[in-house]
Ligand binder design. Structure first.
Ligand code: UD1
Ligand code: UDP
Length: 360
């Protein structure tokens, strides 16, 4: 029987990364099993990606749902252990830095199943971020480390990971972006939301911005100052919805807060924006390729290549409105660099490494 490659996904950023890998692996004599842990379950955080990105429906949905870090990670581990015993995969593939990623890596490592980590080696060096813990643990347990940028190779080397496990393959998230770029329609997206003229798109969901009430107050004040200058549309992740609403985010006439939107609509909005404000990882990468100035409201980024070879800039809540003012004065970019190997071919490169690992 052909070898079995089992993909573990579960949260919104996993899906656009997994899609090109699964598609490219179809050309090899392997069996594939797609697992959705159920970490995300709202239509716009999950199902919409399967409809829009030609992802096959998950073969298994573990339906774990939300919970504290310990409970959620443990629930995923418990369910995955049973599944791995039943299916006996030859290789598991995990994506990014979410709880589903680290949970799968822990279970597979204890069972002696080789792990491939897509988007390995990114480091914010900020252990207050749950994602940083997830990245470090997952990388330590993986036997194939598939990296998106040269800095990641250096981080893994510094942590003592052997060079022959590390493969610089480019960025599969960008495969999905470039593969769908003709389907983004900023005019339709603007019409749907009644936007005309210059506007900024924002996404905010990091615990460092939306969990603590003092941070939330500062963030809402900053966003309102931005909206004094330019229209803002903010598809808001459920994590911070209640706290941000209570702090007055929803009652500025130029600040349109909406529920998360589907992938194509989101990137349509981004493509037409004068700037993006975010604390997302993926959005820093997407704006870099689309040439849209990106203000990342964080102390650090695990994706410095989006600053050195892209359009990203770190900022604070206090400086945000001034930064937007400067972008509005400067206008749209006409030239911008793109990081190496963010060329739409990461999926095939990853598939080749995975197939070789299982002798397919
Ligand atoms: C998770 C990831 C984060 C990623 C983000 C992307 C971890 C540790 N964090 O954060 O890295 O940037 O996803 O979107 O894995 N909720 C819903 N509907 C859903 C899912 C969640 O309403 O479909 C609400 C629940 O109240 C839940 C909260 O959002 O408690 C947080 O969800 P969770 O998956 O724990 O973390 P995220 O903040 O989404
Ligand atoms: N995204 C989307 N709709 C939205 C906001 C984001 O489709 O309303 C997409 C966007 O392409 C982004 C991806 O979801 O890159 C995952 O990003 P998210 O910010 O959730 O996760 P992170 O990259 O921060 O882990």
């Amino acid at each position: 029987m052909p070898p079995l490659i089992l993909h573990v996904t579960g949260a919104r950023p996993n899906f656009p990364k997994a899609a090109p890998v699964i598609r490219a692996l179809a050309a090899y004599p392997v069996r594939q099993l797609l697992v959705h842990t159920g970490q995300h379950y709202d239509d716009k955080l999950s199902e919409v990606f399967f409809r829009e990105l030609q992802l096959p429906q998950p073969d298994v949905n573990l339906g774990v749902g939300s919970g504290s870090h310990g409970r959620q990670t443990a629930a995923i581990m418990t369910a995955l252990e049973d599944l791995f015993v039943e299916r006996q995969p030859d290789l598991i593939v995990v994506y990014g830095d979410v709880n589903s990623t680290v949970a799968a890596a822990l279970v597979a490592a204890k069972m002696g199943i080789p792990i491939a980590h897509v988007e390995a080696g990114l480091r914010s060096f900020d252990m207050r971020m749950p994602e940083e813990i997830n990245r470090i643990v997952t990388d330590r347990l993986s036997s194939l480390l598939l990296v998106t940028s040269p800095d990641a190779i250096a981080h893994l080397g510094n942590e003592g990971i052997a060079a022959d496990k590390i493969h610089f393959v480019g960025n599969p998230m960008i495969d999905t972006l470039l593969g769908n770029i003709d389907r983004f329609d900023s005019h339709v997206a603007q019409r749907v939301h009644g936007i005309a003229g210059d506007y900024v798109v924002a996404t905010l969901h990091r615990p460092s911005n939306v969990d603590d009430p003092a941070d939330v107050r500062e963030l809402v004040a900053a966003m309102r100052s931005v909206a004094d200058q330019v229209q803002v549309i903010l598809p808001l992740h459920p994590r911070g919805w209640h706290r941000l609403a209570q702090a007055g985010l929803m009652d500025h006439p130029q600040l349109l807060v909406i529920e998360p939107v589907g992938y194509l609509e989101f990137l349509g909005l981004v493509q037409g924006a004068i700037a993006v404000i975010t604390d997302s990882g993926g959005v820093q990468e997407e704006t870099t390729v689309l040439g849209i100035p990106c203000l990342t409201v964080r102390d650090n980024t695990e994706r410095p290549v989006t600053i050195s070879s892209g359009t990203n800039r770190l900022t604070t809540r206090a400086d945000l409105a001034d930064e937007v003012k400067q972008i509005l004065a400067r206008g749209r970019l006409t030239h911008w660099p793109t990081p190496p190997l963010w060329d739409g071919q990461a999926g095939p490169r990853i598939a080749e490494v995975l197939a070789q690992a299982v002798n397919a």
